[in-house]
Design a protein around this ligand. Sequence first.
Ligand code: THU
Length: 163
Amino acid sequence: MKENKFEFSYRVYENLEELPEEQQWLLSEARAVTAQAYAPYSNFQVGAVAKLANGEIVAGSNQENASFPVGLCAERVLLAAASSLFPKIPIETIAISYKSENHKSDHPISPCGICRQSLQEFESRVNHRVQLVLGGMSGPVYVIESASKLLPLAFTSSELNGG
Ligand code: THU
């Protein structure tokens, strides 16, 4: 028997102002994009903004539905948009923020499990890591160098070809 170890580290900034300039801008855009969410059921509005390797900026927000499972998270709306508008272009960074009618938005949220799976496959198919910048409307900001770090032992496309 042996034990494998998975190490994960990420940077914690005290607030948006402490971030490098480009990440600061992306996070403030993600905050603004929360206004484009359609989230009448959860009242939890999420905004995501990506900078692509070709310099383009693409945004996504969560889009809910009366049939709840039909709803899409901001991250997957963004990935679908980026991939449709600019096929095969890597994403350098995605900033994600949120606001809620019911709670304060003073700490980061991180992508849900399904979005982690989508982010992992996006990284692997364009062969480029996606940096994540996570923050609320105020408070600390987390910077994660590669989205795949959030999904250890991921199920990947290579398994469908024998591993
Ligand atoms: N949501 C996102 O858009 N991204 C996340 O990372 C977490 C959750 C959305 C899904 C749903 O519309 C609402 O937030 C509440 O779960």
